[in-house]
Design a protein around this ligand. Structure first.
Ligand code: IPM
Ligand code: MN
Length: 325
């Protein structure tokens, strides 16, 4: 039976790159039943809809969601991000954001396990005396033992399948409450995985190492905000953000997982047919892998690796990858 996939092309270059992703998946011989959802900044500007409860309920019965990018320049920051993307991550309990970075030219091959439902993203905080000279804004970081431990465990399991090296990234020297919880959890879980060599980097130092010697990393586990920042940097050092893929996973598979490129809607280059679809195509491969289609997934990855770097244009790149299959 074909897997049922919700498709959210979204805004800007989102629909352009997703259509190449779907083209490549089809060319790999995998049959998906797709249901399109018109959501994102444009839809919000048109009729105020962000993410209806009924859509969320429909999604719970899907096998996966394939998302391009959401966000338009005229909508204030946070509306679509919190109302759609983060709501999806939280409501569907997509607690792992897995972001692989592979760049054979420089022998880079590491994966970031970003905790995806807590930290400063949780929405804790508020504002008091808004707009006055005495305004106060707080924005706390929420870290639960349960949330941290499941991310850490996922990362150890991943390291076991790879080169058995795991680095925790945090800022334990300053964020002493959250950092201590992360640190203790990491050390306790590590005792169950004696084969995995562990390391710890403060996030600022990790930024240096990621630029100077990204080859040292195998698996990184980190909190939601550090992971957000570090994975843009990861993209920049490993072939560009146009190639960075991601999986928002509910590893328990009690509901759908969501697959999206790391990049955003890039309104500055939308509609010109020049966006790089590789990140979306590789995110599609991660989706197939998670759905049990490992063979098609690795064929797509290989086809992307074989791409002639001289080829430009969204559709041209998509066609070339499809014909490399
Ligand atoms: C990402 C994005 C999102 C995030 C934004 C759009 C809310 O930057 O997926 O990395 O911060 O998680
Ligand atoms: Mn980001």
């Amino acid at each position: 039976m074909a897997n049922r996939i919700g498709v959210v092309g979204g805004d800007g270059i989102g629909p352009e790159v997703i259509s190449e992703g779907l083209k490549v998946i089809q060319a790999s011989g995998i049959d998906l039943e797709t249901v399109e959802y018109d959501l994102g900044g444009e839809r919000y500007e048109r009729d105020g809809t962000i993410l209806p409860e009924s859509v969320l309920e429909e999604w719970r019965d899907l096998d996966a969601i394939y998302l391009g990018a959401v966000g338009t320049p005229n909508v204030p920051p946070g509306v679509i991000e919190r109302g759609l993307l983060l709501k999806m991550r939280f409501e569907l309990d997509l607690y792992i954001n897995l972001r692989p970075f592979v760049f054979p030219e420089d022998e880079i091959d590491f994966q970031v396990v970003r905790e995806n439902t807590e930290g400063p993203y949780a929405g804790e905080g508020g504002v008091h005396r808004l707009g006055t000279p005495y305004e106060i804004a707080t924005q706390g970081s929420v870290n639960t033992r349960h949330g941290v431990e499941r991310a850490v465990r996922f990362a150890f399991e991943l390291a076991m399948e790879r080169r058995r090296h795991l680095t925790m990234v945090h800022k334990t020297n300053v964020l002493s409450f959250a950092g201590d919880l992360w640190d203790r959890t990491f050390n306790e879980v590590s005792e169950e995985y004696p084969e995995v060599e562990t390391a710890y980097n403060h996030c600022d130092a990790a930024c240096i190492y990621m630029v100077q010697s990204p080859q040292q990393y195998d698996v990184i586990v980190t909190d939601n905000l550090f992971g957000d920042i570090l994975t843009d940097l990861g993209g920049a050092v490993s072939g560009g953000i146009g190639t960075a893929s991601s999986a928002n996973l509910n590893p328990t598979k009690t509901g759908p997982s969501m697959f999206e490129p790391v990049h955003g809607s890039a309104p500055d280059i939308a509609g010109q047919g020049i966006a790089n679809p590789v990140a979306a195509i590789l995110s599609g491969a991660m989706m197939l892998d998670f759905l049990g289609e490992q063979n098609a997934a690795s064929r797509i990855v290989e086809a992307c690796n074989k791409l002639d770097p001289g080829i430009t244009g969204t559709i041209e790149i998509g066609n070339a990858i499809a014909s490399n299959l």
